[in-house]
Design a protein around this ligand. Structure first.
Ligand code: ZN
Length: 151
């Protein structure tokens, strides 16, 4: 069973591996950080957020200082799809943005009895869904007392 976790990442519960949703490239142990299986582009943030003011005239130009901030872009080695981006201090290792309880994930999807790839559509495309609450039912709620949005 393959669970879409983001627009471009899947967890394959049969193999317990992170997988690229575009090309099915193996990105590593699903109980670990998928970023370890990606290509990383450590970018100068000024390439993305260019100066508003002339850097020859002003010390502060509204462009991020590359000695304080880097942009890490994570790409699939199989197809080159950009999977994630994050802003970190220079030299900071990639962050861990998702760690999943694989056993619980498997149990919840088995109880639902639906195909996750049919129910969850992060996109890309016109059929992308933003609210999965109806499809996920009561298993979507971590705490029964947590407030719900039904917008
Ligand atoms: Zn890929």
């Amino acid at each position: 069973m393959r669970i879409p976790m983001t627009e471009y990442l899947i967890i394959d519960l049969d193999t317990e591996r992170w997988t690229c949703r575009v090309c099915s490239h193996d990105l590593g142990d699903a109980r670990g950080n998928y970023k370890e299986g990606t290509l990383v582009y450590d970018r100068d943030p000024r390439e993305i957020h260019q100066s508003i003011l002339d850097p020859q005239k002003y010390e502060f130009t509204f462009a991020p200082d590359p000695t304080f901030c880097r942009i890490l872009e994570f790409y699939c080695p199989g197809c080159g799809t950009q999977l994630e981006t994050e802003y970190v201090p220079p030299g900071h290792p990639p962050t861990v943005d998702m760690l999943w309880d694989i056993d619980s994930l498997r149990e919840q999807w088995t109880k639902r009895g639906t195909n996750p790839e049919t129910v969850i559509n992060y996109g890309p495309g016109e059929e992308a869904v933003a609210d999965f609450s109806p499809a996920l039912g009561s298993y979507n709620s971590l705490s029964p007392s947590a407030p719900h949005s039904h917008s």
